[in-house]
Design a protein around this ligand. Sequence first.
Ligand code: TYD
Length: 225
Amino acid sequence: MRRGFFITFEGGEGAGKSTQIGQLADSLREEGRTVLVTREPGGSPGAEAVRHVLLSGAAEPFGPAMEAILFAAARSDHVEQVIRPAIERGTVVLCDRFLDSSRVYQGVTGDLEPAFMETLERVTVNGMLPDLTIILDIDPEEGLRRAGARRGSDAPDRFEKETLSVHRRRRRAFLEIARAEPDRCVVVDAEDPPDKVAAGVLKAVRAAMARAERESALKPMRSRA
Ligand code: TYD
């Protein structure tokens, strides 16, 4: 491959993103690829410092715009310090949540202005758009049940604790993004058994990588947006 490949995983709570990312990383490493697994909010020292402020709910009283800006600050650091250098080295980057989580959690269920969200996204992502986004789709009731079982006696975080109707809006918003951007997004049913989900993910990844390789062979001088 001429350069790395950037894959993001998105979806509601309890969709099994980390399990699927781990399995995909194993499969790609078996094929001899160099893989970096990372996550948001976090993934770089600067962004990890902001993570706790967001997930503890410490920023919640200051409103969704404050939270959106903090997610954006964390993302900008993560992109410039970790993701872009890895992609330039030819690494396959697997990121647990990225820009679509901000679009959905802050933009849609935080009711923020689309123009504000678009500007924030443009400056933070700074051209580093995912080559592929896997949306793990799950009924929020089932997802919250799974997330609760995994968490045990710990309290739900700032975003997980919201009402079922908020989680339903988020699910619809992720599916809407997938419909609007079919070249970038693939929806995988996360209620299937984990091995079946993993097979669906791997199939989508292989297809997207093969397409990118065909495109770069056709346009060797193409510069990425
Ligand atoms: P985390 O504990 O990392 O777990 P999971 O991804 O498994 O839910 O929680 C991250 C939380 O932050 C999650 O509830 C989604 C939320 N979030 C946003 O609201 N906006 C964002 O831009 C990102 C990256 C995450």
